[in-house]
Write a protein that binds this ligand. Structure first.
Ligand SMILES: [Zn+2]
Length: 188
């Protein structure tokens, strides 16, 4: 009798330890998986980007270029009504007409992103200036810069100064295409 009890106790302890470890493992798995869910990264080779984007889109999104102020894209932007603005590289929702305002600077301006998790801010020390670069969090495409405290009468007093060529406008009620096809003539 005494002998059987002695063999039973370690077995119970071992079983309890195993169950505990199993539980811990499940918790860790859940924790590791969670952050990957909201934003899947869009990673492409340079050759793929060159093929998919127009020359202007490539220059802006992949080479951190800036479009001409008060250009055709900006004029088009000013005419656009209600809708959302998506990344021309990966289609992620970035801004919307709700946050759009007329800053008069010559580039599309927004006081806030429409989906904050899709927009990343990075310190940019190029051209001898200290600026905050605005990047698409999904494909790392360069969008423009953000300036704060300039005295605009908006809820945030921030100006997301964005290159229109890096955005694709989707009018309200329409569905965004997962990947916009560049127009044939602007591809040349
Ligand atoms: Zn993107």
């Amino acid at each position: 009798m005494k002998c059987r009890l002695l063999t039973t106790i370690p077995l119970v302890l071992l079983l309890a330890a195993c169950l505990g470890a199993e539980e811990k493992k499940t918790m860790m798995e859940t924790r590791e998986k969670a952050p990957a869910e909201p934003g899947e990264k869009v990673i492409k080779t340079d050759a793929e980007w060159r093929q998919e984007l127009t020359a202007e889109q490539y220059r802006i999104l992949r080479e951190a270029g800036t479009e001409r102020a008060h250009g055709a894209v900006y004029k088009e932007f000013k005419q656009q009504g209600a809708g959302s603005y998506h990344c021309a590289g990966c289609g992620a929702l970035l801004f919307s007409s709700k946050e759009k305002f007329d800053s008069g600077c010559g580039w599309p301006s927004f006081y806030d992103p429409a989906k904050a998790e899709n927009v990343r801010i990075k310190l940019d020390l190029s051209l001898g200036m200290k600026r905050l670069e605005v990047i698409c969090a999904k494909c790392d495409g360069h969008l423009g810069h953000v300036f704060e405290g300039e005295g605009y009468n908006t809820p945030t007093d921030k100006r997301y100064c964005i290159n229109g060529a890096g955005l694709v406008f989707v009018p309200a009620g329409k569905t965004a295409k997962p990947k916009p096809e560049p127009a044939e003539e602007s591809k040349r």
